[in-house]
Design a protein around this ligand. Structure first.
Ligand SMILES: [Zn+2]
Length: 132
């Protein structure tokens, strides 16, 4: 289970870091999969890019957490496979902490990014800027 968790978390973290990098540089175009996707950001390009830029740092922090949690899970899996004396409860406790911790961390920062992004979108998308 530790190995599976690590194998899921590491690519998830790398994807989040890539999204953060692309968001910061206006490289992430409106799409149906990733980014801050609200009614406003999907309707308005100005709001979309402002939202992605505002969300980028939170997405990066979440991605680093997923990546470190994933690497930690893989390391623990290797350690436990080399040390059969490790007790089952201890293994389950480390797995649960790593999985829940890293998943919760990246989810919390993703939601933080969505919050920051949608506020930035509302701020930039006004009648004065010629937006609907
Ligand atoms: Zn707009």
């Amino acid at each position: 289970m530790l190995l599976i968790t690590g194998i899921v978390l590491v690519p998830a973290g790398l994807v989040m870091l890539w999204v953060a990098w692309a968001s910061r540089r206006d490289r992430l175009r409106p799409n149906s999969a990733v980014g801050v996707r609200t009614r406003l950001t999907m309707e308005c390009d100005l709001a979309w890019f402002a939202a992605q830029r505002a969300a980028a740092s939170a997405t990066a922090i979440g991605g680093v957490g997923a990546l470190l949690g994933g690497i930690g899970a893989i390391v623990m899996a290797v350690v436990e496979s080399n040390r059969p004396g490790f007790s089952f409860p201890f293994a389950m406790a480390t797995w649960t902490l790593l999985a829940l911790g890293a998943a919760g961390w990246s989810l919390a920062w993703t939601l933080t990014g969505v919050g920051r992004g949608s506020r930035a979108a509302e701020a930039v998308c006004t009648e004065q800027s010629g937006c609907s």
